[in-house]
Design a protein around this ligand. Sequence first.
Ligand code: GAR
Length: 194
Amino acid sequence: MSAIRIAVLISGSGSNMAAIADHLSERSDVEIGIVVSDRHDVAGLLRAEERGLPTTVVDWKSFPDRETFTAAVCDVVDASRCTFMVLAGFMRILAPTAVERFPGRILNIHPSLLPSFPGAHAVEEALAHGVRVTGVTIHVVDELVDNGPIVAQESVDVFPDDDAASLHARIQTVEHRLYPQVVADFVIGGSEQR
Ligand code: GAR
């Protein structure tokens, strides 16, 4: 049986994409078909190329609105024969048409225990609120931001001397262990149901 192909979408350093790629390189049932970034100067693109993964840029600035950008992203994923989208630090909000085209087949990782601290500054906001525990959430993407059904969560303690960098580093250690396994299990489980 041929491997299930996933698209990984990035906007930053791509450390989660790299962790997923390294995990999948050990198995034959799921593979990364394309790594998509939302602009050219994304460090994760180099990491993907180092691993021999195909990459493409869908430059969000060259689209007039969210709908046309989303359509272009979905077209790239389709053209790469990928059936799942994995958002790995992808910092653009996709239009609801993405969920219509890939219903229940888009995963996102977020650096907090959702529904606490949605949005782009989850680590800073957790520190500012003085929470003692935060964490990692992996969820299915729905029409709303950081909102869909939760697939996995793991807590991370906040220490009194933490700053955003130290806390995020500890959160990322959990992300890199959790996301690859959850992605693989979710994709395999989702494909068996279809
Ligand atoms: C990750 O920590 C991820 O949880 C976060 O961006 C980081 C990307 O790191 N995502 C969000 O904040 C989404 N709202 P990476 O590029 O090294 O994988």
